[in-house]
Structure formats: C-alpha cells, structure tokens
Design a protein around this ligand. Structure first.
Ligand SMILES: Nc1ncnc2c1ncn2[C@@H]1O[C@H](COP(=O)(O)OP(=O)(O)O)[C@@H](O)[C@H]1O
Ligand SMILES: [Mg+2]
Length: 462
C-alpha cells in the first residue's frame, strides 16, 4: 500500500508535500492540511515527481481554516499533517464571498468557482502582461467594467487602438442574468469617450497655455541649454495673458523682431504644431473634463494626424494629475500598450517628459491616490523603475522564457511554477498575483458586458 498524502511545515509559513502520483494535486491548487492543531489552507507552489514515482512539492500556508472564515493572520507549524485537495467551501473562503469582490471569470480547472479580485487593492500599481492576441485588452475591459460596477474609483483610459471607445454600449445578454444586473449598473455611470475627430463636448483637446513650462518646451523640442536664446525668448513670451490659444503665437513672435523670437517663430512653423488638431481653443480641454472626475474617461489616442499629439495628451493629463496630487482625489490611470508611453528606449523630449512623469507617479503617486494600471506585451518594454513599483500582476499567455524569467525576478510573490504555465495559456486565461487577489490565481476571464471597440479584423475568405 502506498503512503497517503502528507505535508510538514517547520515554520507555519511554507510546507513540504509528499503524495501518491494520482493525488490530483497541481501547481496553484489549494489544499487543506489537517493536524492536531486544526485545518489550514495552503497553496501548492512547486511540484515534481520523485525517483519513487511520488509527487513531491512545496507550498505556502495561507491561513487557518475556521468554520466560516479563513484567518490569514494565523498559521501554525506541524511535523505531519494529512493533506487533501481543498473542497469548494474552502476554495470559496480563500477567494472571499461569492457576492463580494470583482467577478472577473472562473478558476482555471474549476469552472464552477468564480474568480474574484479585491477591489480595494487597486490602490496599488498593476502590471498587465501578455503577448499580442493573448486577450489582454479584452480581459482588461472585463476588469474595468467590474470596477465601474462595484466601485466609484474614477478611471482615465489611455486607449491607443480605439479598443474602449464603445464602453458605453451594452452587449446583448439574456435578461435576468447576473450580468444583466451589472449592465444596469453600468448604464448609470458617467462614461466619457474623448476622440480627436469628435465635436464638442467629446473632442480630445489640450490647452497649450496651461501646460507646464517644461511641457511647452517639450512640444517645441526646446532645450534650455542647447537652445538658450530661443528658450529664453519663449520664457518671456507672456502666453497666459493671451485669451486665444496657440495660433496667436507666431504673429506675436514675428512682431517682436529679435533674432531669437524670429528663430522661435520658424521653429513653431516648421514643426507645424499649429496644424495639430489637439489645441483646445474654445473647446473644453481634457484636463478640465477629468477635473470633474467622470466615472471613466476614455482617451482615444489613435486618431491623431501627428504622432506627437498623443504624447502631448498623455503629458498634459499626467502633469495635471501630478500637479494637483495634494488634493488626493483618487484616479486609476489605465495605459493600454504602455510601451507607447513608458518604454525605456525612447528619447524625444515628449517621450522623456511622459516617461519621467510616469516613473514619478509609479514611485510616489500611491499615497496621493494616483494608481497605475499598465498593460504591455513584454516586461522589457516598460521602464524598470516603473515595473518594480507594481504590486499587482496579471499575466496572460507569454511564451518567451527570458520574459518569464524577468517577471519572476520582479514579481517574487508569483510562484515560478505558476508563471511557467503562461506559455500554454489559451486566449483569455491568466495568472493574477499580488495584493489584488487573495492568493495567486489561475483563471479564465469571463465575458465582456460592453462592446469591444477594436475587434481583430478577419481574413476575408472567398
Ligand atoms: N476572453 C475572450 N473571449 C472572447 N474573445 C476574446 C477573449 N479574449 C480576446 N478575445 C478576442 O481576441 C482578439 C484579441 O484579443 P485582445 O484582447 O485584443 O488581445 P491583446 O490585447 O492581448 O492583443 C480580439 O478580437 C478579442 O475580441
Ligand atoms: Mg491589446
């Protein structure tokens, strides 16, 4: 007869596992360890097969199991405990009340159990990673919808591919389903979709005169030292007193007639910044709209004629949120395709200005209620000083071993063996780890409530 499954723990934090090969254990799975001191829930971090053909592994103890609750603050050591897969009840106790939290899908391998995120832990930065087509944007939409349903946390969404521009439109779902109730809640929310080509009040515009000096200089690619004379002429150009926006600048510069002001006028004309659609003029600027804190504000960054325009929007918004940080009004800053704004490899003045601001928000924004949610294809595409500040991880399919090794380094709280499942994830499957889940969780995201904007274009068949 083979020995039954057993576990031991020297410190009440980690445990060792030894079980027959057919015990049905898997990495990430929850188990209950029972000894004379009581029952405790653990999660399996690593599994292997011994020379004798037995399953051996290690895991983490999540807490003591009471009748109605899991006490995550208590755990105890044990020389030997009987161990078995956690039943439905224990699994639910770990993941919280079925009625609470953000319901974003079902557990992988246990479709009957809902997977939930802890809404109150979005007060940390979140890193969301997966290769193109793994379902990041879709899943992100599921999470954002749930945040809108369950919280009053305002969010601004930097949307480079017009994926979220239909966030106000509901998908057709069977009436009476729980999802339909969520849709009703969504209908109540104030969701603004700002697009470059939209008419007022939904135009995506920036007010030049309210940009910080450094931001204005970045728009004009002016360096305070390399371009001393022009920078100085610009500094002394009293823009605030002009009532209209950017189009007053050139006549004023030409009328000044100095070498520096004429050079500056040439610069403005050559860069064609006055041709940009982005300037607010009598429109409402994006920063003014965000000041009113709509529940969600989608910024469609893809529709501009000049590449720099989307960077100017990002800079204006981030600088403004930062400048007003002392007001401590929370904002979730969602950046899809975050490498556009926080790549370590870009060096234009606008790129640098945006990236530096995001680095600052990553380092210091938390206590002011400025929380980042960054989604990208590879960890190396986001500046390391930003990633290292993230306490929540969502990982979808990613097949590069190098990228996975990097994630394992940065996100020590995600068990390596769970990360290693990522190359075999199907679309929509993910690992969530960090503060916003009760325990590292493998899950499959559920269905969107609203209509996706940028669905993949199919190959036309004959
Ligand atoms: N969980 C899902 N259920 C249904 N369709 C999905 C799901 N995830 C992704 N898709 C579809 O697959 C395509 C790619 O997904 P997307 O989220 O855009 O991937 P990514 O952002 O990682 O590149 C989209 O057309 C989307 O509709
Ligand atoms: Mg995407």
């Amino acid at each position: 007869m083979t020995a039954a499954a057993s576990a031991s723990s020297l410190d009440g934090r980690a445990f060792l596992l030894d079980a027959p090969a057919d015990a049905g254990f898997e990495v990430g799975g929850l188990v209950v360890c029972t000894d004379a001191g009581g029952a405790q829930v653990g999660q399996i971090d690593e599994l292997g097969v011994s020379a004798e053909g037995r399953l051996t592994g290690t895991g983490t103890i999540l807490g003591e199991l009471g009748r109605d609750a899991l006490d995550a603050r208590r755990s105890h050591a044990f020389p030997e405990a009987a161990v078995a897969r956690a039943g439905e009840r224990a699994v639910e106790l770990v993941h919280g009340d079925p009625g609470s939290g953000l319901q974003i899908g079902t557990l992988l391998g246990d479709e009957g159990v809902g997977a939930r995120l802890l809404a109150h832990r979005f007060n940390r930065h979140t890193f969301w990673c997966g290769q193109s087509g793994s379902g990041k944007t879709y899943a992100l939409g599921v999470v954002l919808e749930q945040l809108l349903v369950n919280t009053s946390l305002p969010m601004v969404i930097f949307d480079p591919n017009a994926d979220f521009v239909r966030l106000r439109e509901q998908r057709r779902l069977p009436a009476g389903s729980p999802a339909a109730a969520h849709q009703e809640a969504l209908q109540e929310r104030d969701i603004r979709i700002l697009r470059p080509a939209s008419a007022a009040p939904d135009a995506l515009r920036v007010r030049f005169v309210t940009l910080a000096m450094r931001g204005k200089a970045a728009v004009l690619r002016l360096d305070p030292l390399t371009d001393r004379a022009e920078y100085n002429a610009f500094m002394h150009l009293d823009l605030e007193s002009g009532s209209a926006d950017a189009d007053e600048i050139i006549p004023r510069l030409r009328s000044l007639g100095t070498a520096a002001s004429l050079a500056l006028a040439d610069r403005v004309e050559n860069l064609r910044v006055l041709d940009w659609d982005i300037w607010a003029g009598e429109h409402e600027a994006v920063t003014e709209i965000l000041d009113e804190r709509p529940d969600a504000t989608v910024l469609d960054l893809g529709g501009f004629g000049y590449a720099d325009e989307s960077l100017v929007v990002a800079m204006a918004v981030l600088d403004d949120l930062w400048a007003k940080r002392e007001s401590r009004r929370p904002m979730l800053i969602v950046i899809d395709e975050a490498h556009n704004l926080c790549s370590p490899d870009t060096d234009s003045p606008l790129h640098v200005a945006v990236r530096e601001r995001i680095i600052q928000i990553a380092a210091e924004g938390r206590k002011f209620g400025l929380w980042l949610l960054l989604s990208t294809q590879r960890p190396s595409k986001v500046h390391p000083n930003i990633i290292s500040q993230c306490d929540n991880l969502a990982l979808m399919r990613m097949s590069s071993p190098l990228d996975l090794a990097e994630l394992a380094d940065v996100f020590g709280f995600a068990p390596r063996a769970m990360l290693e499942r990522s190359p075999r994830f199907r679309q929509g499957e993910a690992l969530f780890a960090g503060g916003f889940v009760a325990a590292p969780t493998l899950l499959k995201v559920g269905d969107r409530l609203t209509v996706e904007g940028g669905v993949d274009v199919p190959v036309p068949l004959r």
